[in-house]
Structures are given as structure tokens and as C-alpha cells.
Design a protein around this ligand. Structure first.
Ligand SMILES: CSCCC(=O)C(=O)COP(=O)(O)O
Ligand SMILES: [Mg+2]
Length: 261
């Protein structure tokens, strides 16, 4: 087991979810198939609700922005009323969601809908958020040492709260001081890390960001945020250059805080 000293100026640890706190397999083999299998029924059942209409509005706007992309699926406006017309629009949304998911897109529109759909899956006990076993004990230790702990995931804040609220370790939401999603900006843009620092009320170099994705680490580092790349079973491999450039950890227990004993 390695040891990674945390720089003394770090006051907050910012955590990615998929591939960092949580196995990629849980997201790809449980959460995402649930969306693909249930999106049509969900839209039919919730169509009249305000929240669902907001999600549809965001997806339609995103589809317009995506119209020049290869294979993009448009979402037409309803022209008229009736069951058949509604089915035509719902089918277009289903196709659009499937297309976005086939590319693992991280659009706020897709992530908002997913978060709302997972609500029922977690609340009925159909799904429990999976967390690597080192995560909870390590976060407790960091917090005892005075560290603030935040989540930054492409999954919506609502989806994050479901995952940690209904997790294999129980409701562990109390471990987090706050949550960020793509509403603050994409994880591959350095400006997002500046906005997060401003929102927390610290400098970017007071934050240590843990992620499995080198492009995200690179964006954070450009903003002068400390980073470490997390290696977990099932994560994408790193190039030799990435392995030698980034600080790497394979468990949260490898982080050594200056004040820890
Ligand atoms: C928050 S639960 C679902 C995870 C998800 O939808 C996703 O896109 C994961 O992205 P991350 O930024 O956590 O790697
Ligand atoms: Mg990730």
C-alpha cells in the first residue's frame, strides 16, 4: 500500500463518484440499464407532472444544440393532441435518451432525468448505492481531522443524494459538506473548479480532487487544484505517461493528512 501525503494547504477533499467512491460496474450494469429499460414507462406515467415537463424541456433544448452531431436524435414539438401524437414524442425522447447514453454523455438534461427516475428505484429498495469499503472509514477520519468533504459528479445532485442516502453502508449523507454537479460546469473544464472553490469559500489550492479520469484531473490542475487519480477495479487503464505524471491511489486509506496519527 502506498502513502500519499496531503499538502498542508488542503482544507477540502472533493470526490468524484463513478470509479472513485463507487464501482463503474454499479453505474454501468445497474443504474444505466434501469434507465434504458424504464424510460418509456416513466415518461408515460409522469408526463403530466411539472418536473417531467421540465426534464422534457431540457432534453428538447439539448437535442436542438446537438442537431449537427453525427447520429443525433431530434425531439419534435407536439403538433396536435391525441394518444398517437404523445406516443410519437415519447418515442423520440426514448430514442434521444438511448442515443445520449450510448455515448455516455454527461449533459445536464440527461442527468436530471436520470436522477428523477432513480428515485423510485432506490426508495423501493430495488437498488442500493455501492460504495468501496475503504470510503466511509477514510472520510470519517478526514472529517475528524477537520477536513471538509464534497462530492462533484456528472450525476445530478439529486442522483448523488439517492446513491449515498440509500447506500450499501446505509444513509451516509451526513459525511458530506455539499454536492456539485454539471450545473456548476463540466468536469473537464477548469472554470468549474474555480466556481466550486468560490462556492465553498476557499482558494482552488485548498482543495484536493480525487477522480478516476485524467481529463478531469487535468482540468482541476489547470485551476491550481491538487489532484490524485484513483485506480479502482474496473476503471479504464492509464497510459504510462499518466501513471508517471499523476499521484495515484488505489484506496482512500492511502491519503496521509498532516494532522493524522
Ligand atoms: C451520481 S450517480 C450516477 C453517476 C452518473 O450518472 C455519472 O455520470 C457518473 O459520473 P462521475 O462524474 O461520478 O464519474
Ligand atoms: Mg468518475
Amino acid at each position: 500500500m502506498g502513502v500519499l501525503p496531503v499538502p498542508a494547504e488542503v482544507r477540502a477533499i472533493l470526490l468524484d463518484i463513478e470509479g472513485t467512491t463507487t464501482p463503474i460496474a454499479f453505474v454501468q450494469e445497474t443504474l444505466f440499464p434501469y434507465i434504458k429499460d424504464n424510460v418509456k414507462e416513466y415518461l408515460r406515467a409522469h408526463w403530466e407532472e411539472e418536473e417531467c415537463q421540465r426534464d422534457v424541456g431540457l432534453l428538447r433544448k439539448q437535442a436542438q444544440e446537438d442537431s449537427s452531431l453525427d447520429g443525433a436524435v431530434p425531439i419534435p414539438l407536439e403538433s396536435g393532441s391525441g394518444e398517437e401524437e404523445l406516443e410519437r414524442i415519447i418515442q423520440a425522447i426514448v430514442d434521444n435518451v438511448h442515443w445520449q447514453m450510448s455515448l455516455d454523455r454527461k449533459t445536464t438534461a440527461l442527468k436530471q432525468l436520470q436522477g428523477h427516475m432513480w428515485r423510485a428505484a432506490y426508495a423501493t429498495g430495488h437498488v442500493k448505492g455501492e460504495i468501496f469499503e475503504d470510503v466511509v472509514p477514510a472520510i470519517r477520519k478526514w472529517r475528524e481531522a477537520g477536513m471538509k468533504v464534497y462530492i462533484y459528479s456528472s450525476g445530478s445532485v439529486e442522483a448523488q443524494k439517492l446513491l449515498f442516502g440509500y447506500s450499501t453502508e446505509g444513509d451516509i449523507l451526513e459525511l458530506f459538506d455539499g454536492h456539485f454537479d454539471t450545473k456548476i460546469g463540466p468536469k473537464v473544464e477548469s472554470e468549474s473548479y474555480r466556481r466550486i472553490a468560490a462556492s465553498i469559500g476557499c482558494a482552488t489550492n485548498n482543495i484536493l480532487f480525487l477522480t478516476d479520469v485524467p481529463r478531469e484531473a487535468n482540468a482541476a490542475e489547470e485551476a491550481d487544484t491538487h489532484v490524485a487519480v484513483v485506480i479502482r477495479p474496473g476503471n479504464a487503464g492509464l497510459t504510462d505517461d499518466e501513471k508517471s505524471y499523476y499521484s495515484l491511489i488505489s484506496s482512500f486509506t492511502e491519503l496521509f493528512l498532516p494532522s493524522s496519527t
